[in-house]
Design a protein. Sequence first.
Lengths: 254, 282
Amino acid sequence: MNFTLHIWRQENAKAKGRFETYKVSDISSDCSFLEMLDILNEQLINDHIAHPVCFDNDCREGICGMCGLYINGRPHGNDDGITTCQLHMRKFNDGDEIWIEPWRAKAFPVICDLVVDRSAFDKIIQAGGYISVTTGGVPDANTIPVAKRFADMAMDAAECIGCGACVAACKNASAMLFVGAKVAHLALLPQGQVEANERVKKMVCRMDELGFGSCTNTYACEAECPKQIKRQNIARLNREWIKQLFSGNHKPNE
Amino acid sequence: MDTNKLIKISSITKKLLVGLFGAFLLVFLLFHMCANLFILAKDGGDAYSAFCHFMGTNVIVKVFEIVLFATFFLHMCLSCWLWWQNRKNRPVRYHQPSRTKTAKGSKLAIVTGSLLLLCIVFHFYDFYFVKMNVVKGTYMVNTEQLMIAAQKGNQEADPSVEQALIKCMTKEGGISADYKWLRNIESADKEVLQKAYPEAEFEPDFYNMARQKFSVWHIVLCYLVFFFLVGLHIRHGFESAFQTFGLNHYKYSKLIEVLGIIYCWVICLGFAIVPIVVFLGL
């Protein structure tokens, strides 16, 4: 298969970026999208055309959350419930033009080419996405009773790999699905409930500070989430926020 | 709470307030729609006139009117504030247009909302501003009041007053079936009568105004577009409000969606039926 690629090139965070056009040919339809970019980079290096294209990647099996490209108007490309590394060239037609852009958000500044700085997500987690006490080793089964459906819902929320596709897809660059998932998976379990009020307050305030937008309920995040985290987690975040608003008898130590 | 803290109100709290004010407006729309249906009653507008008189004079209604305007204003301001903040969160836009499947009503909420504001200004020009005495319209007056005022006033019979009275009384729909209201008074006649009987209180005759406006095809068309926009906005608003209040659950989300669609259609059709029926003279 042959493709024409329009790739965003930007030397560093301060440089002005632009689209460069490259052609790749004889790509196997079983090739993954990132492998296709590897082939392109080999070409660029061997033929002394340009510096290789920088892009984030790590596990290449859809569990680490490192990769993330905005391909032809969709984060992680034109398929549901996958990361960029799980996207295959058979999803495209021979001769297609492919536009590849980095995540665009104030909170995710471009570092180089297609690599963006997603440490804003770490900062939100640092604000409160944890349990303060050491919980020790794995407890015996049923020492702490957790209903199956809550365990399931917490597990579904905890599937979030923090790739940032929700922010990339949202027209407001909102991180509500990410924060929702992180707040929900802890708020659903007994260990997390102790600090629930304080946690949601700190995480949401940090989210606002870092320049993420608010939720307009278009659910673009849900549509593009590679782990198919549901909008109900955003509702739970709102619910936790309301609970926190009326809880009143605590002061977060800021 | 100092200004700094007020400005820093969390995005979720702002959303909650937008939703809360929006929910109030949703209930108001239902009420407004039901009230409009009185226009269709085959009683020559007696029920609707009585209703308008009540709405125009009751103190509680007047307080509610202020609450309603405040709600509307806050709903609008907070939405615009959020929209403005959100715009700044993506300084460099994508080159490719988004191909993500999303809820279109939500994406366009700010657009339909802004267009609605424009429509509401025109709607006010048609009806509400008449009440505020900014725009001229058609008026009605309580016959009892008029008689008392006539008995008090000892001025010599003015031919123009008599002429105006006769004109109003002989007009179609001029006198209500219960003889309680003298209606369909044109603004020129109203001024003559008002001058002669300063104690009589003239009220806007919304029934005849609506009938007159809705007999012109382009006004009917404009209102239908208006109701369509209302529908689009509600389609987003109803479901969104539940989501923002945290009332979304795997069990009930489908139910809420269906209720939202039903509510949207009820409001849309309820409003649209009045101009259509009046225009077609059914």
